[in-house]
Design a protein around this ligand. Structure first.
Ligand code: CTP
Ligand code: CA
Length: 225
């Protein structure tokens, strides 16, 4: 394992991290979105930068300061996030998908504010592209890490996502456990990769990010892309 003393162990590497929610417009004044503070993704960006990597952080709307030395790219929709991700994925060693991407977008965005009329309103939604899967499917894909926020069957769902999206690693958390996700400052993760698994117990998101970054680096070293 990489020692804590080796503070520049990612020197020469590029990392791309997605963070926060995406926002899918309905009309000029409304949108649909997900819960996501962006804290975990920002913590990973900070930890990778501190370990010596060149870090790009693609983020949806969040209320967080950019970590020092990190290049931040702000986006709104899943489609915008995918465009930026696919561009940066061509020149990165590691891609970490921490964003809570909206699975669906409104099929027809109204040009003007939708006026209130009948008792019910039907919205037709269209599936968004899977950003992390599209990165993992590239020729010369980076080492690609996904997250799985689940409320039940955490391990099964996480393992399925690892396979289905063709990822190198997945970080699962049970968001129904208090202190484990969304707006919390703490989290715990279960990591699964082809060669094994590891539980990172409940701690601050910054400490968890530090451990996760170290672990990604050591798996990457064992099985380079
Ligand atoms: N993800 C993505 N693009 C999407 C949806 C998800 O890149 N359109 C990424 C997330 O950033 C995360 C991983 O895929 O790293 C898993 O997200 P999750 O919402 O748990 O998985 P889904 O495949 O969307 O499945 P479901 O929501 O049905 O559980
Ligand atoms: Ca989803």
């Amino acid at each position: 394992f990489l020692s804590d003393g080796d503070s520049d162990y990612l020197a020469g590497q590029t990392w791309v991290i997605t963070a926060g929610p995406t926002r899918e417009p309905m009309d000029p004044v409304r949108f649909i979105s997900n819960h996501s503070s962006g804290k975990m993704g920002f913590a990973i960006a900070r930890a990778a930068q501190q370990a010596g990597a060149k870090v790009y952080l693609i983020c949806g709307p969040v209320q967080l300061a950019t970590p020092a030395g990190v290049e931040r790219i702000d986006v709104e929709t899943a489609i915008d996030m995918q465009t930026q991700a696919l561009q940066l994925a061509l020149k990165t060693d590691v891609f970490v998908a921490c964003a809570a991407v909206a699975d669906y977008r409104v099929a027809q965005v109204a040009e003007q504010k939708i006026k209130k009329s009948s008792q019910q309103l039907q919205l037709l939604l269209e599936k968004n592209p899977d950003i992390v899967a599209s990165v993992a499917a590239l020729d010369n894909a980076p080492f690609t890490v996904g997250f799985a926020a689940e409320t039940e069957n955490v391990e099964t769902y996480a393992q399925q996502k690892l396979q289905r999206k063709n990822l190198q690693m997945i970080c699962a958390n049970n968001v129904s456990t208090p202190g484990h996700g969304f707006n919390s400052d703490t989290n715990a993760l279960s990591l699964y990769w082809r060669g094994g698994n590891l539980k990172l117990p409940l701690t601050s998101k910054q400490e968890l990010a530090r451990q996760l970054v170290q672990h990604i680096a050591s798996v990457l070293k064992e099985c380079p892309q």
